[in-house]
Design a binder for this molecule. Sequence first.
Ligand code: ATP
Length: 488
Amino acid sequence: MENMAAPDLFEKIVSLCKRRGFIVQSSEIYGGLPATYDYGPLGVELKRNLTTRWWHAMTRRHPNIEGLDAAILMHPTVWKASGHVDAFKDPLIDDKASKMRYRADTLIEDQIARLRKKKKTQKADALAEAYAAAMNAENMCDELYKVIVEHEIKSPDSGSKDWTEVRQFNMMFSTRLGAVDKDATEIYLRPETAQGIFVNFNYVRDVSRQAIPFGIAQMGKAFRNEIVARQFVFRMREFEQMELQYFVKPGTQMEAYEEWKEKRLQWHCDNGVRPERLRFADHVKLAHYADAAVDIEYDFPIGWKEIEGIHSRTDYDLSAHQEHSGKKLEYFDTQTKERFIPYVVETSAGVDRSILMVLCDAYEEEKLENDTRVVLHLHPKLAPYTAAIFPLVKKEGMPEVAHAIEADLREDLNCFYDEKGAVGRRYRRMDEAGTPYCVTIDGQTLEDGTVTVRERDSMNQERVSKDKLLPYLQDQIRAYKPSFSADK
Ligand code: ATP
């Protein structure tokens, strides 16, 4: 299917998410809290399946990677050491006419994408060059302002070019620890999960007795006071990350970096995401601690956007924590008798962006002979329900047989049971929910013990003995290849 790249496609997906119980705005009955979202009954299953796959791929498949679940609240010095207190800032600019606030870098990036789309290549290249220079300048804010003014970038909402200057804004949420206000200490909600791994480096290495190279993986919530937060779960103020810190001997980091780039790209493809909609994008400006950094981007209906960052972070974090904590965070290589602070390669993916990506990638409005069906071609291992059980009619003992099949399947697969309405309508509801298999129980089932299995993508139906249903479905899941009507 061709990517429509249209905002209304994005809106359709957002609306399906709400309607079908995937994702809804937080505190909706109070009018909603901006840039925070709740996962509904289908969303929470999808999220669990995705994060379980990540956990499996990143820890259980690697004997040299350990898991961790660190606290969200951390000692305030952690964020001084990590550089977040001083440097976790976004360059912001205000439209004086509408009073709307924007990220200066995002404004420019969006303008470059717009120019490229309109095939104004020379203008786009000139802007991209000026942007790269501004991002690398000492006085980045002033330079970004100049780029916006000189390239006549308009405000997306008012169309005005009347901008304030660019200023830096720290994105960490703070809160107070302690019961009595005057004694309370200001602490932060973690803006990334990585620091929980760095401060536990000695602990995990000691208890696991891992030798370098080894990794620590964790997933969990992170919080950022994002200013531009109007793209559904793409940019949230409370979101979830899945991170790996891979500790290596200095000098070997580029090898690990290349290896993890490929592995992480492959993981997204293994979730059924179309490879042609994924790409690597090298960072325009390297963070002060990084010696290489790349994003994995997906071609969303709102444009190419980052879903995961892969960074070679040198020994910056461990060195900084060693300095601030006064505790040695070194590694002693028993073979070479060398002592060193390990280098780190990090892979950092967003759970919510990954979910949005699989939903966008799976969404299709498929034209049929007399009809159009909305279908989510979700990978069966991600789909909220793997199978739906439909007794064709409510009589002749069919519901009993259907419930027995359901109970049996539920031991291994998540199932949905529905006995109401025309079967065609039941199929359509399951297509929209991304359910890959629908199992129909009919008169023949009572006679010969067979059921009909209808496959979501091809809509092909096959009769299968109910006693062999589970292994049949398991074989189908293992052999699954995503297919869209345009591929047929
Ligand atoms: P961006 O440039 O889009 O703000 P980032 O480079 O700041 O993202 P990282 O700090 O590298 O993001 O975080 C790693 C991953 O965490 C991102 O690739 C993304 O998937 C996820 N992430 C970061 N910020 C958000 C957010 N506000 N909402 C949802 N996911 C996020």
